[in-house]
Design a protein around this ligand. Sequence first.
Ligand SMILES: [Zn+2]
Ligand SMILES: [Zn+2]
Length: 439
Amino acid sequence: MRTVILPAIVSVLAIPIGVCAQDLRSDIAQDYDSYLAPLFEHFHRNPELSTVEFETAARMATELRDAGFEVTENVGGLGLVAIMENGDGPRVMMRADMDGLPVEEQSGLPYASTATQRDPITGAVVPVMHACGHDVHITSLVGTARQMAKRRDQWRGTLMLVVQPAEERGLGARAMREDGLWERFGQPDYALGFHVNAATEAGKLNVQETALYAGVDSVDIVVHGIGSHGANPHQGKDPIVLASQIVLALQTLVSRELGPREPGVVTVGSFHAGTKHNIISDEARLQLTVRNTNPETRELLLNGIRRIAENMGRAAGLPEHLLPEVSVLEEWTPPLINDAPLARRLKAAWGDLMGESTIVDEPPTGMGGEDFPFFTIDPDIRSLFWRVGGTPAEDFEREEQGGAPVASHHSPLFKIVPEPAVRAGVESTVLAMLELMQH
Ligand SMILES: [Zn+2]
Ligand SMILES: [Zn+2]
C-alpha cells in the first residue's frame, strides 16, 4: 500500500505507507534545534584520537541506549553495536566513525576544540581536532536512532547501528569484523554509511554508482648498498643513486603499464638515507602509498613495484642477497565500490523526498581511502556509501572571487556547517532505512 496520491504532492509517490515527508523533515529540523545542535558542539569541542575514543564511545553508548537501542560496547576495541529489532524484515546496518585527528584547530568557531590528548603512537601530548567531520557522522547517527525509534510503526526488520573507532588509521572496521561482528550480531542485508564532504555544498547529497574511494596499500622498500668513502664511490654501491633510479622507474607503472583509463597511484612519500656529506651509506629507505579501484590494478602495481625494485638492484650490480627488499604492510584497505542498483534506488527515493536539486553528481577527483569496505567484502554485502555536503555556497563563491579557499579535510581551518549537514545526514539515513525496511 502506498500513500494516497494527490496531484499537488506528486513528490510523495515513493514514500512508504504512513510517512509524510514534510512531517519527517520538520521533525528532524526540530530535533536538530533542540537536541542535536548542542550534541554536535559537545562532540566538536571534545575530539579524541584513533583507538582512544573513550569518552566519545561512552557518550554514544548512552545516547543510543536512551534512544531505545540495545547497545554492546567494546566491540573491536572501542566500537559499539546498537540493535533495534522490529519484526520480520531486512537487517540494515549504518556505520558512523568517531575519531578525531592530531591537528590544532584554527577554524575560529566559538566551539572550536582546545583539547589535547596523549598520542597512543608517539606518547607525546598533542592537540586534537575533529578535522575530518566524524562529529557530523556520530551526531547524525544519534538523530537517526531517535527518529527510527519514534517511527517503529513505519518499518519492519532489524536496525544495526555501528559506531566505529580508528577510521583514520584504517584499523577500526577490520577490528570490529575480527571481533565477530556478523557472528555475534547478525550479518546485515544492507550496509550504509556516509562521509560529510567539505568540497560539496552544504545539505547536498553526492551519490556515486561505482568506486567512491580507492583501495590503499602501504609499501616499504629497503634499498641496500655497500658503504664507502664519498671520495671513492667506485669502492661501494651507492643506495641513494639506486633508490633514486627506483623512484623514477616506478613512475612508469601508472604511465606505461596500467591501462590509460584505469585509475592508479604510486606515490613515494618518504625517502631517507645517509648520515653525512662524505659517506656513501649502505641503506636507503622508501615508503610508498599505492592506490587502486580494483584487485587487478592492485596486483599489477604491487607486482610491478617488486619487479622494478629488485631488477634495478640487479642492474646496479648488487649481489642477490643485497637486492632491494619490498614489503607490503598488513594495514591496507580495499576500494569502496557501491552497489549500483542500490545507489539508483536510494538516489530516486532521496530525489523524491528531499527534492531533485538535493542530489549532485560530483565524481571523486582523488584516490582517497576509507576502511568502510571491510564491512562489505568477504562476504559481499550490498552497500551504499554517500557524501553529504558541508560547506555553505557563499564560501565557494568567495573562493571563486579570489578570496580564502575552502579548507580541506584534515586542515586546521576545516569547518563544516552542522546545519544543514547534520540534518541532511539524518534525513538521508532515515529515508534510506524507511525505503529499505518499508512494510
Ligand atoms: Zn579523514
Ligand atoms: Zn574521515
